[in-house]
Write a protein that binds this ligand. Sequence first.
Ligand SMILES: Nc1ncnc2c1ncn2[C@@H]1O[C@H](COP(=O)(O)OP(=O)(O)O)[C@@H](O)[C@H]1O
Ligand SMILES: [Mg+2]
Length: 348
Amino acid sequence: MSKNPFTIIFGIEPDSMIPRNNEYMQIIQDFESASPISFGYVITGVRGCGKTVLMTSIQNYFANKKDWIVLRLNPDLDLYESAISQISEHINLKGETITEMSFSVAGMGGGLSKKSLSDNETLLRKLLNEAKNKKKKVLITIDEASNTTSIKTFSHSYQAFIGERLPVFLLMTALPENFSALSNAKNSTFIRRLPRIKLQGLNNILVEDKYMEIFSLSQEEALSLSRIIMGYPYAFQLLGMLLWDSKKKAVDDGILKNLDAMLYDGSYKAIWDHLTEKERNVVLAIAHSNDFTIKEIREELHMESNQFSPYRENLRENGLIDTSTYGKIFFTLPRFREFVLKIEQYII
Ligand SMILES: Nc1ncnc2c1ncn2[C@@H]1O[C@H](COP(=O)(O)OP(=O)(O)O)[C@@H](O)[C@H]1O
Ligand SMILES: [Mg+2]
């Protein structure tokens, strides 16, 4: 193979892709079924776990179907205006042309007045009705949703459209902490009830096979690589890239140092920055523990069980720790312990 199959850019479907068939099929089959269980899904998981990549592959699947229209909305732009302008590329309303003028007139010079929102909702509803007449289904995707007024307003409209039996489907990605904030907000019952696809690590056996195939490795050599990256998609790409560039087949100190530095810059620093001070203390205590027992960690923190539990739940929910072994806590991300011990040296 001559072309580097790895990519370390977020959101880009890599050539070396480990399929997530369960999640992929679950969403596609449901949206295509005659009576879907849900018209919307939220893909959540820690930074770098592959949310955008999974959503992109589902988007592409539907974009290639002639009876589907895919609208990719950017949460930083006006969701109604983007939806209207994108759907207008596929659907025309008889006797009405939608131009930039309709937006600026409705918005009275750009401001987001209540009137322009309701006008835009009406316009979008008309377009969706027209899509329905043409037997087309519409998939709306929003990458990196968070607790913003625009997402909340738009999701109310969306809920209304579903109630009106319009053929509209919603797929969002969100960091777990952002999704909790969004779903705990007032009047967010609808969002709270959206089924969540929580992305776990990649299948270790598939990771092993992929490394084996790309670098012509023995099973044992591939296994030792797979154990380093612990199923974390971003690390899978980083390590692959480092090995590819250095033409090595095994990890040495130099590669490990580079891997740590790239994990730090590309992901772990941002994860750390988003933790509260208390959460950081818990994470530090986990990193310092010898046998990873809850008992030992709590003792280091001087916390009673009931004080400790909410932190444990939060960190688990955010995808940082694994609590599936009774009485123990492990970090889910590769080299995260080393990262925490390193960053501790910079906290004064
Ligand atoms: N299924 C996968 N197999 C291999 N690499 C993946 C997979 N999904 C994501 N990646 C890689 O992981 C990194 C992060 O993916 P991305 O979808 O941007 O994460 P997120 O949106 O959750 O932050 C990217 O470098 C991407 O190429
Ligand atoms: Mg993303």
